[in-house]
Design a protein around this ligand. Structure first.
Ligand code: ADP
Length: 619
């Protein structure tokens, strides 16, 4: 067994590999870029070597630096994780040539499966069903258009060197073929340096089903059943599960046998995945499932297979790389229950899923499910790498329970101020088609904006949590039972006036907030997290104040005024920015109306409760 291992990766997968290596008593060496100097994988490894600047092409993609780091630290083996250099046959060969052990398949297997056209040709020859299409050398546009006609529209043009959902064009009609081909080739050249394409039948109601395979150096190959990764956004996996919903035993047997045949055709060693595409318009049928491609590495979604089989796939990788035979025979492997994984991303669903970078001031995930993460509270999400911050994996008796456990755990996510997709994931899990297992790769696109979470916090929830936080009845001052129970709170830095439900307290009690930092608290729910600063209560003390009076919630300085007297404003429109307690606070219009009075001047100091703006409601 190897005794030391360098992990040529970062983030959650580096941490995942370190965990198993440590359990096996293997010394671990991390590599890191400038941006990752304080990253979790660096902290967890026994040793860490700095390999360059933050951009991956200056660090994680520089094979020589990684091999040099392994030699310098006397690591015996290199595990590439996924992404980066994991499917780079030249790097694998260089590792071997340096006298190190490569934790992965033979370089020749990587090459054989590297290009989609060559892989399909090889698979077809081995008797594995492949998606109908043209995968030859001739790249003449007119010739390719003829092939598309033969295949029948819609077709998919795919860059043979493509990956990560890039370099694909769906074409619905012959008239669009030439343009789509040109644009696909441009993207392929720019992204992969290879303009070569293949043409495939576009599968209707496609489901993405893949099979985990494993080979050793003694000629054994087994499969570890299937995963369903059909829930995708722009061809990228969002939620994965194992087994696949609707898969019967006979179909599973045929599918997994085809996967083993595919792995045997390339003499496969180590962990690999055979990806298939299924036409699920009439359920899953063995004669409607075709080979798509092989990934010659560990997959992001490998944990769902680990959960249902009880196998530690990283342990198997390390054993196989050390020359040991596979720990289990095919007949010793079976499916136990159901597992579901959600990919938690630092991204903003409300802004087109734009990556959200910055410090994770608050980061706590519900440990009732398995969590594979590469970040911690206080670490930075950098713009240099994939913004996935964690994977949450539920394992239960059946699909329904796994789905529920995952939704519950996501619901409890406490992440701030970095935006994330937890609430979106919950919405996706709760979509009726997903919940019933009636999923295909187009589901998320069809569901569209309906799954984008609403970020507005509900006043009642806020009042309730404010009450809990302060341990005080929020009814506070009450003068003559007037219904002016209001509080100004800052939600994620934006001041909000909320109505407080009226409770029947006899004694007027002040709503006390801590004056010392920390000045606020977190409110979480539905996978969202808000930072709440309950400035002060303006109930009875301002019985005479009008609804549209915008008072200064605390002493501070006006740093910007966004409106002028007489201007029409809409609810939520930014009125001015106040700097107080070293933070900027935005005050917004409580309803549609006009600016009836404007006392705020940029640069001016203001006292607490000073009337800054008065909004008169629109008729
Ligand atoms: P990549 O290497 O970029 O991941 P794949 O070939 O694995 O590309 O395809 C990615 C996704 O694109 C699949 O999971 C599936 O959703 C969709 N897809 C691929 N081929 C087809 C096809 N022939 N018909 C319909 N959808 C397809």
């Amino acid at each position: 067994m190897i005794t030391s291992l360098l992990i040529a990766n970062r983030g959650e997968i580096a941490c995942r590999i370190i965990r198993t290596a440590r359990d096996m008593g293997i010394r671990t060496v991390a590599v890191y870029s400038d941006a990752d100097a304080k990253a979790l994988h660096v902290r967890q490894a026994d040793e860490a070597v700095h390999i360059g600047a933050s951009p991956a092409r200056e660090s994680y993609l520089v094979g020589e630096k990684i091999i040099a780091a392994a030699l310098a630290t006397k690591a015996e083996a290199i595990h590439p994780g996924y992404g980066f250099l994991s499917e780079n046959a030249e790097f694998a060969q260089a590792v071997i040539d340096a006298g190190l052990i490569w934790v992965g398949p033979r370089p020749a297997s990587i090459t054989a499966m590297g290009l989609k056209d060559a892989a399909k040709t090889l698979m077809a020859a081995a008797g594995v069903p492949v998606t109908p299409g043209y995968m030859g050398e001739n790249q003449d546009p007119a010739f390719l258009a003829e092939r598309a006609d033969e295949i029948g529209y819609p077709v998919l043009i795919k860059a043979v060197a493509g990956g990560g959902g890039k370099g694909m064009r769906k074409v619905d009609a012959a008239a669009d073929f030439a343009d789509s081909l040109a644009s696909c080739q441009r993207e392929a050249t720019a992204s992969f340096g290879n303009a070569h394409v293949l043409i495939e039948k576009y599968i209707q109601r496609p489901r993405h089903i893949e099979v985990q395979v494993f080979g050793d150096t003694h000629g054994n190959i087994v499969h570890l059943f299937e995963r369903d990764c059909s829930l995708q956004r722009r061809h990228q996996k969002v939620i994965e599960e194992a087994p696949a919903p609707g898969m019967d035993e006979a179909t599973r047997e045929q599918l997994c046998a085809a996967a083993v045949k595919a792995a045997k055709a390339v003499d496969y060693v180590g962990a690999g995945t055979i990806e298939f595409i299924a036409d699920a318009s009439e359920g899953l049928r063995a004669d409607r499932i075709w080979f798509m491609e092989m990934n010659t590495r560990l997959q992001v979604e490998h944990p769902v297979t680990e959960e249902i089989t009880g196998v530690d796939l990283v342990e198997w990788q390390l054993r196989v790389a050390s020359g040991e035979p596979l720990p289990k025979r095919q007949d010793e492997l079976s499916i136990n229950g159901w597992a579901m994984e959600a990919r938690l991303y630092a991204e903003d669903p409300a802004k087109g899923f734009l990556p959200s970078i910055g410090r994770l001031e608050f980061f706590e995930l519900d440990g009732s499910v398995r969590i594979d993460t590469g970040v911690y509270q206080g670490s930075d999400v950098s713009p240099f790498y994939d913004p996935m911050i964690a994977k949450m994996i539920a394992h239960d008796r059946d699909r329904e329970e796994a789905m529920q456990s995952l939704a519950w755990a996501l619901n409890d996510s406490k992440i701030w101020p970095v935006k994330n997709n937890a609430a979106f994931l919950i919405n996706a899990l709760e979509h009726p088609d997903f919940a019933s297992g009636n999923v295909d790769t187009g589901l998320l696109q069809r569901a569209g904006d309906a799954l984008i979470p609403d970020e507005a916090i509900i006043g009642d929830d806020l009042a309730r949590s404010a009450e809990q936080y302060t341990n005080q009845p929020i009814a506070g001052f009450r003068l003559n039972r007037e219904r002016n129970q209001k509080a100004i709170l800052s939600v994620n830095g934006v001041a909000t006036v909320i109505e407080i439900p009226i409770f029947d307290y006899v004694d007027p009690r002040p709503f006390v907030f801590s004056q010392e930092p920390p000045t606020g608290f977190f409110q979480t729910g539905n996978g969202q997290t808000w930072w709440i600063e309950p400035y002060r209560y303006i109930g009875g003390a301002h019985a005479g104040a009008h609804d549209g009076d915008i008072l200064s919630p605390m002493p501070g300085r006006i740093i910007a005024v966004e409106v002028t007297a007489g201007q029409a404003v809409t609810k939520g429109q930014k009125l001015l920015t106040l700097e107080a307690m070293k933070m900027e606070h935005t005050l917004t219009a409580p309803f549609d109306g006009t600016v009836a009075e404007l006392n705020a001047v940029a640069g001016a100091q203001v006292q607490v409760e000073a009337l800054l703006v008065r909004i008169e409601a629109a008729e």
